[in-house]
Design a protein around this ligand. Sequence first.
Ligand code: DGY
Length: 325
Amino acid sequence: MDDLPLTGHVYVPRLLTDDAMAELGTLDRTLVVGPEEPPSRAELLRGVTGAAAVICTLTERIDAEVLDAAGPQLRVVANTAVGYDNIDVSAASSRGVVVTNTPGVLDRATADLTLGLILAAARRIAEGDRFLRHGTPWTWGPRMMVGLDLSAGATLGIIGLGRIGRAVARRARAFDMRVLATPTRAELDEDERASIEFVDLPALLRRSDVVSLHCPLTPETRHLIDREALRLMKPTALLVNTARGPVVDTDALVAALESGEIGGAALDVYEDEPHVDPRLLAFEQIVLTPHLGSAGDATRSAMCRMSVANAVEVLAGRPPLTPVS
Ligand code: DGY
């Protein structure tokens, strides 16, 4: 990265999927491509200097400093993620830079993982796996490792009934779960209107056996699940987070698990990612995965191709496919 072009290149701080990289190779632009791992801040600032487009991922913080380092020729920041809390959108807009994301293409993969996590936590799958790996002696027993039966009328509470939340609701209905959700602006179909009960947040927390988070991270949703929210949940309830780590106050979650205020959790995202608070690792009743929500082969390819397509459109002077505002 020492011989950076002076202006107008496309900066891709992290290697995207092969098909997206091949697409980028056809552009009539110099490409500056980083490795698979996230760049350091210094590498990011260097790589962005003089860029006309940045095709980044959720691990790159794109703020005023980065935008200024890029310079006035920067036209687009294309995020390879639906969430864009890593980008200061108002700083970008005030500099005339378009910000895009990848909505829609990862709904099903994220909903699939959410159901996997719900099942893993409810039916103690990860715990059972650890139990056997530790060589624990066992025999089948009527009271052995009994968990929550989703299909015996368990209630799922969805916070954030957007695209992903709706895909989770559809899957939950296939498991015969009752579905509650906080009010949404999404246009629902007839089936959804008939099968989902809308309640306010405290009622959802009180009534759900599983609470699943699908809201974006914004100043309003940071620590939405705090000590008070956790106290409202059933002592047997499970909290599932495939949205963004800071939606949950980790200290409050640890306290609620320690005191038995809730029954367990399944987390795919963390407050200070990629750091996972070591206190979480100590609980048997937590399932943990490393931000795998969209990690399906077809999905990752679709996300990467979409962020490339957004950058291509803006560089060609056309409107972006999926601008964030
Ligand atoms: C997103 O797109 O925001 C997801 O978190 C990536 O897995």
